[in-house]
Design a protein around this ligand. Structure first.
Ligand SMILES: [Zn+2]
Ligand SMILES: [Zn+2]
Length: 264
């Protein structure tokens, strides 16, 4: 199995050493892992900074690639927190970083934090969902230097107490997002962290994944979004079955930012 969304001590919200993540991955039999530590420029919670020194990050991973080369394949990735006003900065960062794989994620919308919930203040659930997906569409069209869109519909992960929304009401915006992704050779990830947040499902959910498939979407990676070793490859068996059930025949892994398809 291939876990394409893993954090380490280079992310401000994670204090697990990279090597610990690698050893656990080897123990549970993963073939490939990709570190995707957080860079979120202009993050809307000033008490935390999601930035790190990229050359140190790359050289740290390179040393571990050498050390564990006979046991597991390790990739140099990044999870970029994208916002419409920082597209250029992110583009430059990715170009200079020479990563193997890039996840583009929205952690804030409307310049407000989704995790803490500021984003929801003063909005009806419907307004929040519309704003979130509209901003995701803008970012997807304007920022091109990535491989997959991270955890689509993150709103649900943090605020599932918000009045349940029928996701089909937003399919007109999601369709545009998917068409843009497919046209530009990008994909999405299926993130299994929804299970540890009590959602009982992946992020995005089956309905959105099926919609992506029906529009011709093929590039899909699986990531646990692990911040501790125990969270690695969480619910991957379930997710492989889910993807097969939807009709996906392959998942993607990456080399030099290019997808390679693996049969599931
Ligand atoms: Zn994220
Ligand atoms: Zn993450």
């Amino acid at each position: 199995m291939y876990d394409y969304h893993i954090h380490s001590h280079f992310s401000s919200d994670c204090d697990v050493d990279m090597e610990e993540m690698i050893q656990k991955s080897i123990n549970i039999g993963l073939k490939e892992i990709c570190f995707t530590d957080h860079i979120d420029y202009d993050y809307q919670d000033s008490s935390i900074s999601f930035e790190f020194h990229i050359p140190s990050y790359i050289s740290h991973i390179n040393a571990l690639i050498g050390k564990y080369k006979n046991h597991i394949k390790i990739l140099r990735g990044v999870e970029i927190g994208i916002q419409p006003h920082i597209v250029e900065m992110c583009d430059q960062l990715v170009t200079e970083g020479k990563f193997d794989f890039v996840i583009s994620s929205i952690h804030t919308a409307d310049k407000k934090d989704i995790h803490l919930g500021d984003f929801f203040v003063g909005k009806t659930p419907r307004e929040a969902y519309e704003k979130y997906f509209s901003e995701l569409l803008i970012c997807t069209k304007e920022f091109k230097n990535f491989n997959v869109l991270g955890h689509m519909n993150l709103l649900k992960r943090y605020h599932h107490h918000v009045e349940i929304q029928d996701i089909k009401d937003y399919f007109h915006i999601i369709e545009e997002i998917f068409k843009s992704l497919i046209h530009n050779g990008k994909g999405i990830e299926v993130n299994t962290s929804g299970f540890r947040y009590g959602l009982g499902e992946t992020v995005p959910c089956k309905e959105i994944l099926s919609f992506y498939k029906s529009l011709g979407g093929e590039i899909i990676t699986i990531g646990s979004d692990a911040h501790t070793p125990e969270q690695l490859a969480c619910k991957f068996d379930y997710t492989y079955d889910l993807l097969k059930e939807i009709g996906f025949k392959y998942i993607a892994v990456f080399e030099n930012r290019e997808p390679i398809f693996k049969k599931i």
